[in-house]
Design a protein around this ligand. Structure first.
Ligand code: 5GP
Ligand code: MN
Length: 346
């Protein structure tokens, strides 16, 4: 990741004002550890520069992020739409963290789009950000998380002295969760140097691990068992897998936001599985989550077949068909894609 000095300078100029700016930090629907961690860390930095800062997300963050400092100050559009609309209307600068297209704000999209006067700054690591939408873009798909990118921007702008324990913990959460606890790709040597700095700032890694990975409900574990038992299908000669959860399944296990996060990764632990999907029904559509191994590109797959996108090995989209039709369609798409990539013969 090589951030041009002119972009750092432009950001510095934008944030150097004689009177405080009203700033809103936005992140995506179903905010994950990287979305919440980067938003709260960036908020802390902007507060330290003297600005008025509000964080807004479309819906509630999962319970296992509830321990992060100041997480309760994040506005949730689903719970308080008027409050969110008010702070967004008052914003002079909007930061878009951990997503590449305004549509990823789902129900909040219209509220943001109607605010056309604010300066829009993207800080993100997803592929293919919406062209011509942002006034300033920090788009680095080679960064393993938005939190790592935020760290690099803060380091360049202000040095690491401004990072306190709370900011360091928030940054670590996103770096940890988006890399599968530092096991996925894009792990540069500098990430470990960054972690060393965060440890020097006083973060407690064992405690963060327990909070994020081992703080679930019994229902969540039983939903996992059910997802990997009766609900798992493996096909295409053991090279593809899917998990399908209906609204009834989710209700049965009292599903809470974040409960099924990471389930889609489990089928990839089977040797030979190249692509895995989880389909979760909501009252409006089926949410599709995709993961893959190696060269199998699910960003392309999600864009082509499920009107979505993401990263090469982690992407998502939507289906507006029934669960039965969606699963059948997925099997056909996988077959077509495998033939195209010469993974199988036709
Ligand atoms: P997850 O499966 O964790 O929800 O999402 C994996 C990745 O795919 C994330 O980086 C997310 O940004 C992207 N993604 C998930 N759903 C969608 C979608 O509906 N549209 C787009 N463009 N990206 C998505
Ligand atoms: Mn991310």
């Amino acid at each position: 990741m090589n951030i041009p000095q002119q972009d750092i300078t432009r950001l510095q100029e934008l944030l150097t004002t004689s009177t405080p700016l009203n700033i809103v930090v936005l992140s995506h629907f179903n905010p994950d550890g990287d979305a919440i961690g980067s938003s709260l860390a960036w908020r802390r930095l902007l507060l330290s520069l003297g600005h008025n800062v509000e964080c807004v997300v479309p819906n509630k963050y999962p319970h296992f992020l509830g321990w992060i400092d100041d997480v309760e100050c994040i506005h949730t559009f689903k719970d308080s739409p008027e409050e969110c609309a008010r702070v967004i209307a008052a914003a002079q600068v909007l930061f878009f963290l951990d997503f590449n297209s305004v549509t990823r704000l789902e129900g909040l999209t219209e509220t943001v789009e109607s605010n056309t006067t604010a300066t829009k700054v993207l800080i993100d690591h997803h592929l293919q950000p919406t062209p011509d939408y942002f006034d300033l873009m920090f788009s680095y798909p080679d960064s393993s998380s938005t939190c790592y990118l935020v760290y690099k921007i803060i380091e360049r702008m202000k040095g690491t002295d401004v990072i306190d324990t709370a900011m360091a913990s928030a940054l670590y959460v996103g770096m940890m969760t988006d890399t599968g606890n530092f096991t996925f790709s894009n792990l540069s040597p500098d990430i470990y140097r960054t972690i060393a700095v965060l440890v020097e700032k006083g973060i407690n890694i064992p405690q963060i691990n327990v909070e994020v990975y081992n703080s679930h409900t019994e229902n969540r574990l039983r939903l996992l068992a059910y997802s990997l038992g009766p609900k798992l299908s493996v096909f295409e000669d053991g090279k593809a897998a899917s998990i399908a959860l209906t609204e009834y399944d989710l209700r049965r296990f009292a599903h809470q936001p974040g409960d099924s996060e990471g389930f889609v990764n489990y089928p990839l632990s089977i040797k030979g599985v190249l692509i895995s999907a989880i389909f979760q029904q909501t009252h409006k559509f089926i949410r599709v989550s995709l993961r893959s191994r190696g060269d199998m590109d699910v960003n392309v797959f999600a864009r082509r077949y499920f009107n979505g996108g993401g990263h090469k090995n982690a992407a998502g989209g939507k289906s507006y068909q029934s669960m039965k039709q969606t699963l059948e369609y997925y099997r056909q798409c996988v077959h077509e894609y495998f033939v195209e990539l010469n993974v199988i013969e036709n």
